[in-house]
Design a protein around this ligand. Structure first.
Ligand code: OKP
Ligand code: ZN
Length: 343
């Protein structure tokens, strides 16, 4: 299995995150991808290749153009306004405020184009974000050219990013870019299976009214877990997309007994849909040792996850999302991928 990787993610570093009343170094840091790369190489999973596709061109089909323009300029606008450090949003157009006018000041724009304060900008953020999209589009191209599986080793993650908002460490929806690219290359139907601990609210929003992309997410109950305001079971899709969105929330503390049963349900929904390809939003924050999440999968469970997905017998693209127990992400990513290959 090939891995698509770009070192351009490294510049998205040194950013701060407001967490539980404290400003902390971001949990979503370069070491995450570096540990995964080390384990991929140590396990001889296959060649690591650079991206070749233009991810922004694909991103323009699933994101708002004003939003993408803002991503490109955000940190420069922050510096021009006289600030330094991490550009973080702090005011949002929530209920009772207007969201039909984009303000002019960078602090207004940061809130206008986000849903939380978790996706800040430093000088290298934009380059990292576009490189991640390039990797996602390139991974899709590998499948379209006949590879039966591939791994997109990217950060920052993407599944919280919607058509015109960032948030939850995400900017461009990498899994969405991959799915759109597969369709542009000739696939008729694509399933996105999101196994990250957190609900993929951005992916759901982007494809909610579309029948050509089925979205299935297994995640912590949003009554108790981020992103709180989406991810409930009654969100089933709208218009042409009605019936193609499936949320499978689970309680805090869930272990592999129940999680694996839910994966089985998700896989049966995918088999019924009959996609030409599957994109897995591969979050590894379901791990028992994750510092910001509360499921209880162990390192022995991840190969079983890969093996169950392999049973679907479809071209499958794995796209890295979350996972913050830095050393374990590498072990568990290789666990899923080798479980898939060995099945
Ligand atoms: C991104 B992905 C801890 C609070 C959590 C946002 C979590 C984003 C997770 N500082 N804030 O889905 O892994
Ligand atoms: Zn997550």
């Amino acid at each position: 299995m090939k891995t698509v990787y770009s070192p351009d993610h490294i510049g998205h570093s040194g950013h701060l995150e407001l967490d539980g009343g404290r400003l902390l170094p971001g949990f979503e840091k370069p070491e995450r991808a570096q540990f995964v790369l080390d384990r991929i190489e140590a396990a001889n999973l296959g060649p690591v290749i650079a991206p070749t596709a233009d991810g922004l061109e694909v991103a323009a089909k699933i994101h708002d153009s004003g939003y993408l323009t803002f991503l490109a300029k955000a940190h420069d606008l922050w510096l021009d306004a006289g600030y330094s450090g991490t550009a973080l949003p702090m005011a949002w157009p929530t209920r009772g405020l207007r969201d039909d006018v984009a303000p002019k000041h960078v602090r207004g724009l940061l809130g206008y184009y986000s849903f939380d304060g978790g996706a800040g900008f430093v000088p290298g953020t934009y380059k990292a974000v576009t490189a991640a999209a390039d990797c996602a589009a390139s991974g899709a191209d590998l499948l379209s050219a006949g590879d039966t599986s591939a791994f997109v080793l990217t950060r920052p993650p993407g599944h919280h990013a919607g058509r015109r908002f960032s948030g939850g460490y995400c900017y461009i929806n990498n899994a969405g870019v991959a799915a759109q690219r597969l369709l542009d290359n000739g696939a008729k139907r694509v399933s996105i299976l999101d196994v990250d601990y957190h609900h993929g609210n951005g992916t759901q929003e982007i494809f909610y009214d579309r029948a050509d992309v089925q979205f299935i997410s297994i995640h912590a109950d949003p009554d108790y877990a981020f992103p709180y305001f989406l991810g409930r079971g009654d969100e089933r899709g709208a218009g042409a997309g009605a019936g193609f969105n499936h949320n499978l929330p689970l309680p805090i503390g869930t272990d592999f007994h129940d999680w694996g049963g839910t994966l089985d349900r998700a896989c049966r929904l995918i088999a019924e849909y009959g996609p030409d390809a599957i994109v897995v939003s591969l979050g590894l924050d379901t791990y028992e040792g994750d510092p910001i999440s509360r499921f209880r999968l162990t390192r022995f469970d991840y190969p079983k996850v890969g093996a169950r997905i392999a049973q679907l017998n479809r071209p499958t693209l794995f796209v890295l999302e979350g996972g913050y127990a830095v050393e374990a992400i590498g072990i568990n990513a290789v666990g899923v991928l080798s479980g898939f290959l060995g099945a």
